[in-house]
Design a protein around this ligand. Structure first.
Ligand code: CTP
Ligand SMILES: C[C@](O)(CO)[C@H](O)COP(=O)(O)O
Length: 244
């Protein structure tokens, strides 16, 4: 039985956990090594996702200088043999490319997960994988509830007349491996910068299917995000206790 009660092992799926950033907006050291409800931030998505994956199908991409710290945290969690450590690059896209090269050939579906999104659930991953198997892509996202403005020299303009069409992308972002590999080869060849994997796949001409995220799938970016993530986890634990 897997983490969320399903019986299916995602045997064709490989996981790249992007943890190679510098936490500059966080401002208090490496945000991914900060404690969140008793685990380092980066360990939460691994705890949710590893039970769904075959051994050897998970890579963690980290800054080379911090590799010993991440290795120690993986060993403390008992995952030292389950997760392959890979040195990251100067950008998220470079880190993801490094992770992609380290996945076994059996991983024909690839999930990319921000280590900075500790609240992603196994259920969301499974839905994104199902979408990628069906149509090549499955990207976690939530509907935008604010009116989005674009700043211009003439003043702010509303990004689109129909706000209902706007979504905020999250992770996991899951794709056919051949699509993702070709997309990142294209952006590297053409010197393009992308801020998420879906943008690379879109630039390569493939359709990006959004998968609505049912829960707060917060990205730890600024220091204030950490207590908020703690609150959300506490709420989830309380709800789980209420149903048992
Ligand atoms: N060179 C990089 C940059 C980012 N990331 C990862 O991509 C995810 C999303 O990036 P972000 O939240 O922006 O993290 P940082 O780049 O560390 O943040 P900042 O921009 O504030 O420095 C994070 O899990 C981060 O570790 C990565 O693997 N390699
Ligand atoms: C991948 C991502 O989380 C999707 O919203 C986002 O683009 C990451 O941006 P960051 O600046 O690298 O955190």
């Amino acid at each position: 039985m897997t983490a969320f009660g399903a019986t299916e092992l995602l045997a064709d799926c490989g996981l790249i956990v992007a943890a190679g950033g510098s936490s500059s907006r966080f401002g208090h050291g490496n945000k991914l090594l900060m404690d969140l409800a008793g685990l380092p931030v980066f360990c939460h998505c691994l705890r949710a996702f590893l039970p769904l994956l075959p051994a050897g199908h998970a890579v963690l991409v980290v800054p080379a200088v911090s590799e010993p710290l991440f290795a120690a945290a993986l060993a403390a969690a008992g995952w030292g043999e389950r997760v392959r450590l890979v040195p990251g690059g100067a950008s998220r896209q470079a880190s993801v490319q490094a992770g992609l090269a380290a996945l076994p050939a059996a991983a024909t579906i690839v999930a990319v997960q921000d280590a900075a999104r500790p609240l992603a659930t196994a259920e969301l991953l499974a839905r994104c994988v199902a979408s990628a198997r069906a149509c090549g892509s499955g990207v976690a996202a939530h509907r935008v509830v604010d009116t989005i403005k674009a700043a211009t020299a003439e003043g702010a303009v509303t990004a689109t007349p129909d706000r209902r069409a706007l979504w905020a992308a999250e992770t996991p972002q899951v794709f056919r491996r051949d699509w993702l590999a070709a997309a990142y080869e294209l952006v590297a060849r053409d010197g393009l910068e992308v801020t998420d994997d879906a943008q690379a796949v879109q630039l390569a001409g493939h359709p990006v299917q959004l998968v609505e995220s049912q829960q707060d799938n917060l990205k730890i970016t600024r220091a204030a995000d950490l207590p908020l993530a703690n609150f959300i986890l506490a709420q989830r634990r309380a709800e789980a206790n209420d149903v048992t």
